[in-house]
Design a protein around this ligand. Structure first.
Ligand code: C2E
Ligand code: CA
Ligand code: CA
Ligand code: CA
Length: 277
């Protein structure tokens, strides 16, 4: 039990050690995983609420580890951010996404795709240069790309980050602020970043149709974003009542299990038939 553990510090220390060892070996395996194509991308659509169509797809990374199983990003992204592995991983995801977009184009389907970019990476010169060369070598128009900047980590070099984001915006990439409401310098970001989209975090959205406080926060965020000329995505939409509420308040897009779970490329453009009808 917890109370018992509190009196046995060595146990906690040994658990920490195990955790650390696990992390160190996992990070050691990441470069090989990229080369050996264990890194996969699944897609989750954003529904255009008024039109009832898919407006874009968010790319979410998965690691098909030969021994540890199918790993969700929460298990390895934070570590990769701390260990300077996030650059290689993000470029791997971006390459895969560009390849999938090209494939869809060849099938006659024009879609936009969003890639998650850690705040820690935004100000990196190496990242900006790699993005430029990847895009120059792909036949995908930059207007089909969205970068979702997650607010969870504070942006380390705000000036450099703003400059880099402006550079991406000028290349034609749309910039989206992810997990809005959970970060720290929210208003500064709204003022300074060249955003075109804002994603309201799932924790506010999930119960917005039944919790009056959440409803107020979501509604005011939508109004605020619209006044700033931004499109709004509500994430974590899990039931019809919630989607109805979002429609009522004029939220632009919805994403969540109600519409579709993240799925492999082949199924990514299918949404819940009820919504499409
Ligand atoms: P996120 O960007 O907020 O992505 C949404 C997460 O919520 C995804 O988890 C998705 O599967 C989950 N989700 C979607 N709809 C629902 C819903 O209706 N209900 C619930 N309960 N959950 C829902 P996932 O794929 O495990 O991703 C976790 C986080 O990992 C992402 O959060 C994102 O911050 C990060 N991440 C994912 N892929 C990448 C990547 O390629 N690069 C970076 N830097 N971060 C990534
Ligand atoms: Ca995201
Ligand atoms: Ca999010
Ligand atoms: Ca979130």
């Amino acid at each position: 039990s917890e109370a018992a553990d509190a009196h046995v510090p060595w146990r906690i220390a040994s658990a920490d050690k195990e955790e650390l060892a696990w992390q160190v070996s996992l990070m050691g395996e990441l470069s090989a995983a990229i080369l050996e194509r264990q890194i996969e991308v699944v897609y989750q659509p954003k529904l255009d609420i008024a039109a009832g169509t898919i407006s874009s797809l968010e790319a979410l990374v998965r690691w098909r580890h030969p021994v540890r199983g199918y790993l969700r990003p929460d298990v390895f992204i934070p570590m990769a951010e701390e260990n300077d592995r996030i650059l290689g991983l993000t470029l791997c995801v971006l390459e895969r996404v560009l390849c999938d977009l090209r494939q869809w184009m060849m099938e006659g389907r024009v879609v936009k795709a969003a890639v998650n970019i850690s705040a820690t990476l935004v100000a990196s010169r190496a990242f900006a240069d790699e993005v430029k060369s990847l895009l120059a070598n792909s036949q995908v128009p930059t207007s089909q790309l969205i970068f979702e900047i997650t607010e969870s980590a504070t942006i380390s070099n705000p000036k450099e980050a703003v400059a880099a984001l402006i550079e991406f915006r000028d290349m034609g990439i749309a910039i989206s602020m992810d997990d809005y409401g959970t970060g720290q310098s929210t208003l500064t970001y709204l003022r300074d970043l060249p955003l075109s989209e804002l994603k309201i975090d799932r924790s506010f959205v999930q119960h917005a149709h039944i919790n009056p406080n959440d409803a107020v926060l979501v509604r005011s965020t939508v109004d605020l974003a619209h006044k700033l000329g931004l499109k709004v995505v509500a994430e974590g939409v899990e039931d019809e009542g919630c989607l109805d509420f979002l429609r009522t308040i004029g939220c632009d897009m919805a994403q969540g299990y109600l519409i579709a779970k993240p799925s492999p490329r082949a199924m990514a453009l299918e949404i819940n038939a009820k919504l499409a009808a």
